[in-house]
Design a protein around this ligand. Sequence first.
Ligand SMILES: Cc1cc2nc3c(=O)[nH]c(=O)nc-3n(C[C@H](O)[C@H](O)[C@H](O)COP(=O)(O)OP(=O)(O)OC[C@H]3O[C@@H](n4cnc5c(N)ncnc54)[C@H](O)[C@@H]3O)c2cc1C
Length: 386
Amino acid sequence: MDNVRFNFPAPEIDETVEALRMEVRQFLREEIQNGGFVPVTDCWCAGVDLEFSRKLGAKGWIGITWPRQYGGGEMSALHRYVITEELLAAGAPVHAHWIADRQSGPLILSTGTEAMKRNILPRIAAGDCFVALGLSEPESGSDLASVRTRARKVDGGWEITGTKLWSSGAQHCQYMTVLARTGDWDPDKRHEGLTQFLVPLDSHGVSVRGIRDMSGVEHFNESHFDRVMVPDDAVLGQVGEGWKQITSELALERSGPERFLSTFVSVERAIQQAAPSMQGRQAVVLGGILARIRALRAMSQGVAALIGEGCSPDVEAALVKDLGTRLEQDVIERLREFWPIVLKQGYGDELQYLMSDSLLRQPSFTLRGGTNEVLKGIIARGIGLR
Ligand SMILES: Cc1cc2nc3c(=O)[nH]c(=O)nc-3n(C[C@H](O)[C@H](O)[C@H](O)COP(=O)(O)OP(=O)(O)OC[C@H]3O[C@@H](n4cnc5c(N)ncnc54)[C@H](O)[C@@H]3O)c2cc1C
């Protein structure tokens, strides 16, 4: 324990990053004013607007770190960071392209074939192509290494059979990255024999069924693969290397500002309402929320800087997600003290609307992307407690 150190470097934010932030902020302000979108809570999971994704693509704000030859902008992880932060703070409808921008694109970049990179990445960057994550299954969530979806080697490719559960936004996606077992099941080598495939969702044998969550939205899906045939070059990376690839994606998945800003629109509206007469306990509570957001932001930017340097800071990312998702939930509980929630208000009272929606969505914050109990296990192992 004596040598335990987390690494959250404070990155240098140069003026091009700040200029980009101002440009994105201005664009979002105009979009709201012109009726381009209505701010929603948990916008990176609940806000779907294909046209808006295309607008961001046209601006060059999707895949901004990728090489130009594949539709990217060759900018830094911090440039991407400020775009995501501004979109989340504004409650913009970004769900359709979020996963492809955050992790499927980088996965294709590092493990895909040249044809995949040339054909698919520019379409993702244009906001025209979306990718779902096919990891969880009915019997495999936290214990992901137990997946049962099987890919069988056949002449000319692979035949995939199984069920993926909770695949966010799959109904809007053209592709899913599917984790499947390609080797024999060996309880002593659970992480071996797993492979990731990029599967077109219009393939024969694929069916995607929406699942309604308690906020009334069909955000995630159950996806069936019934002897779905994919060619050899649908394999991402090497056969049998799926587990290693997934764990290297985790820092991308867990450390971004979406892990502490999902309910930020409510905080901002509450501060705007309270500002003229804020004092006493209300000032303490709202100030406390902002201080926690500020600290998490510094940690999350540190992880972005490390990712930009090619590191994979899994333990730091797990810490950001654990602290950040608990903050997102706590925010609504704190605000309720001053703004009691009446469930499912119309948009008439914006803060009420945002908070009642947040209340119904917040149980998922500490589940999606790995539960907080599992994250604590990762952190404990990372600092030598397990
Ligand atoms: C909104 C939302 C979107 C999602 N989107 C996707 C997606 O796009 N793609 C995808 O593949 N999956 C997705 N998921 C699934 C998500 O990754 C799983 O829900 C999560 O990994 C937990 O798995 P589970 O639901 O099977 O719960 P379980 O693994 O069954 O866990 C049940 C409980 O047991 C606890 N537990 C389990 N194992 C341990 C352990 N070792 N130590 C301590 N406690 C433990 C858990 O913390 C939890 O409280 C999404 C989930 C949600 C809520």
